[in-house]
Design a protein around this ligand. Structure first.
Ligand SMILES: Nc1ncnc2c1ncn2[C@@H]1O[C@H](COP(=O)(O)OP(=O)(O)OP(=O)(O)O)[C@@H](O)[C@H]1O
Length: 241
């Protein structure tokens, strides 16, 4: 369980986040929605210890410590190291922990259809392939907390659907508390169990009405158009306040 209590972040004299409190269960995905500049990336950075903040963040009851806990962050640009091959990028979290990497890396490359690309460098990959490498690197060390910061946003709609399915398959294999920052309403409804809407630095938690359906079925559900319309309306009301 991830527990964020009374978290606040200020840059210079501007308060970006204030009194942000929520939990993410051990097998839960929370989508974080909010207008540009509201503080979504700031929230992710504060949670994983890259941003000074007030309040507390604990994972399984212990204060977050990236040295002791296995955190995985997939940033919007995927954060791949250009001088490492696909296989070396994917194995990085294991090597940083001095863990044997080969077998796990090969298995993860296979699971995400990346085996033929193992020796390529990121510059020689398409956007969708880079995104799969980033997911492979996030999942390879079986993280205890997974943070995705607009990790699907650069993909075209067709590749996105494939990426959601691959993400779902890997996540189901080793679920962990997960935050998915997104601008995309469909992504929020397809991937999440609950939604956290940020407005003026404050969080509003909402249920995902499609959460009981398997992720692959959500956009095809008869209720999907209505749920999407309701979500747009509810979020717009929060942002208008
Ligand atoms: N290091 C920094 N110093 C000062 N201000 C910052 C810093 N980083 C971010 N900000 C400001 O804090 C606010 C929140 O930024 P943040 O990147 O968290 O927003 P966001 O919701 O992720 O936006 P987007 O959806 O556009 O990525 C913005 O107004 C931004 O300009």
């Amino acid at each position: 369980m991830l527990t964020v209590s009374h978290l606040g972040v200020a840059y210079a004299h501007q308060q970006i986040l204030e009194d942000v409190t929520f939990t993410v269960g051990p097998q839960e995905i929370l989508a974080v929605l909010g207008p540009s500049g509201v503080g979504k990336t700031t929230l992710i950075n504060a949670i994983c210890g890259q941003q000074a903040h007030t309040g507390t963040v604990t994972l399984a009851g212990q204060e977050i410590d990236p040295q002791r806990q296995q955190l995985a962050l997939v940033p919007q640009d995927y954060g791949l190291l250009p001088w490492l091959t696909v296989a070396a990028n994917v194995g990085l979290p294991l090597r940083l922990r001095h863990a044997a990497a080969n077998q796990q890396v090969m298995a993860m490359l296979e699971a995400l259809g990346l085996t033929p690309l193992a020796k390529r460098y990121p510059a020689a990959l398409s956007g969708g392939q880079r995104q799969r490498v980033a997911l492979a690197r996030a999942f390879v060390a079986q993280p205890t907390l997974l943070l995705l910061d607009e990790a699907f946003s650069a993909l075209d709609p067709v590749v996105k659907q494939t990426a959601y399915a691959l993400f779902d398959k890997q996540w189901q294999a080793t679920p962990a508390p997960t935050l998915v920052v997104t601008h995309d309403w469909e992504e929020a409804l397809v991937l999440s169990d609950r939604l956290l809407v940020l407005a003026q630095g404050h969080p509003h938690l909402m249920k995902n009405a499609l959460a009981d359906l398997p992720r692959a079925q959500r956009v095809h559900a008869p209720a999907y158009p209505q749920v999407l319309a309701d979500l747009r309306e509810a979020v717009a009301a929060q942002w208008a306040k």
